[in-house]
Design a protein around this ligand. Structure first.
Ligand code: FA5
Length: 344
């Protein structure tokens, strides 16, 4: 072995011991300076190259560079090890491992989802199928086929988000009635929960994105009594027997006769007066309902002299307000885990 090789080997052995013995990052830096610094031991060895015959110098330079590369790699490994040790000791100082851990919370279904599930369960039990429509609807399904032609003033009640001249985000779930009747012959018994969108100002009772659940029953001999019975029973199931339901005469172009359905305000129990929840009326409006208009049946190719049907469309957030005695619809969407946990 050449004299240089022996010298480098011995240097690397001492360097290795010094690196292993460095107690911390500052100690390691001292080792680096002593061996690899500008005036360190490696530089001293480099200076001896000039004394070698010219033909030996390139090989000598390469041996020194190889040794330096290996020493730098050793330094890096030691540096990473010491950094990790420093981090661990800092952690041990700042974390109190005896502090009780926060239990991992199990999530729960949003109340709006639970109302949808429970209402669908009720209708399924009575032989209804659950269907979903499309959130983007055609002008035709949403309005024309529901007896609301383009010049009909009822269109103004549905302040909609239009996507094109003929496509919109549906403002109600009633177009699912049309989609279903276009595809099937009577008897039909469906419920259709889903999102709706309206350009409504947001307040304690209104969102611009909310949910409705639509119901449709078409067969022979269906009358308003069936509708009242089904909806009253659903409300009893969702709210309990203490709350009553009332049907108020109303108007929808796609049902005749039409009604609006209210339930007694769960907060004041129907007393009204200065109740903040129902605004003093004693009632909370859930949605609309009625007997399917003969024009709608005709539009989908059903004979209104043979078939009759009823339909309803309830606001799911309103059902949830009444069920959970919540006084502001916005609470359902602001994602406050404390609020949601209370209702879980
Ligand atoms: C309708 O949307 C009719 N399609 C309902 C219907 C279906 C009638 C079938 C007859 C037969 P209306 O615009 O009233 O009707 O809305 C029904 C319910 O949706 C309201 O009573 C309310 O509970 C809910 N709703 C309406 N707009 C909003 C809103 N911006 N935020 C939250 N809920 C709303």
């Amino acid at each position: 072995m050449s004299e240089l090789a022996t010298q480098l080997e011995e240097l690397r052995r001492r360097f290795g011991n010094a690196v292993a013995g460095a107690p911390d990052e500052a100690g390691l830096e001292q080792v680096r300076i002593a061996y690899l610094g500008r005036n360190g031991e490696v530089t001293q060895v480099r200076r001896t190259i000039g004394r070698l015959p010219a033909h030996e110098r390139p090989a000598a330079g390469k041996s020194i560079n190889d040794a330096v590369g290996a020493m730098e790699a050793e330094l890096q490994t030691a540096q990473a090890r010491l950094e990790s040790l420093t981090f661990q000791s800092e952690l041990a100082e700042s974390i109190d491992v005896t502090f009780p851990a926060i239990p991992a919370g199990a999530g729960s279904l949003n109340p709006v989802r639970r109302v949808i599930d429970d209402a669908c369960t009720y209708f399924r039990r009575h032989g209804f199928a659950v269907v979903v429509g499309d959130e983007i609807e055609s002008d035709y399904n949403n309005f024309d086929a529901l007896n609301i032609p383009s010049d009909h003033p009822a269109r103004e009640g549905f302040d909609s988000f239009w996507i094109t001249a003929t496509l919109l985000l549906r403002p109600h779930t009633s177009p699912v009635q049309i989609r279903t009747m276009q595809q099937h012959r009577p008897p039909i018994a469906i419920v259709a929960p889903g999102k709706c969108f309206r350009r409504d100002a947001v307040d304690a009772r209104h969102l611009f994105q909310f949910h409705q659940i639509e119901g449709l029953l078409v067969a022979q001999g269906i009358h308003f009594g069936h509708l009242k019975g089904m909806l009253a029973e659903m409300c009893r199931e969702l709210f309990g027997a203490q709350q009553s339901v009332r049907f108020r005469p109303s108007y929808f172009p796609f049902t005749e006769p039409s009604a609006e359905v209210d339930t007694t305000c769960p907060k004041c129990g129907g007393e009204g007066a200065s109740c903040s929840m129902c605004g003093g009326s004693g009632w909370i409006e859930l949605g609309g309902a009625g007997m399917v208009h003969p024009s709608v049946l005709r539009e989908v190719g059903y004979d209104p002299d043979i078939y009759s049907g009823w339909a309803f469309g309830f606001g799911v957030e309103r059902l949830a307000l009444a069920r959970y005695e919540v006084d502001d619809i916005r609470r359902f969407i602001n994602g406050d885990p404390n609020f949601l946990e209370q209702l879980a």
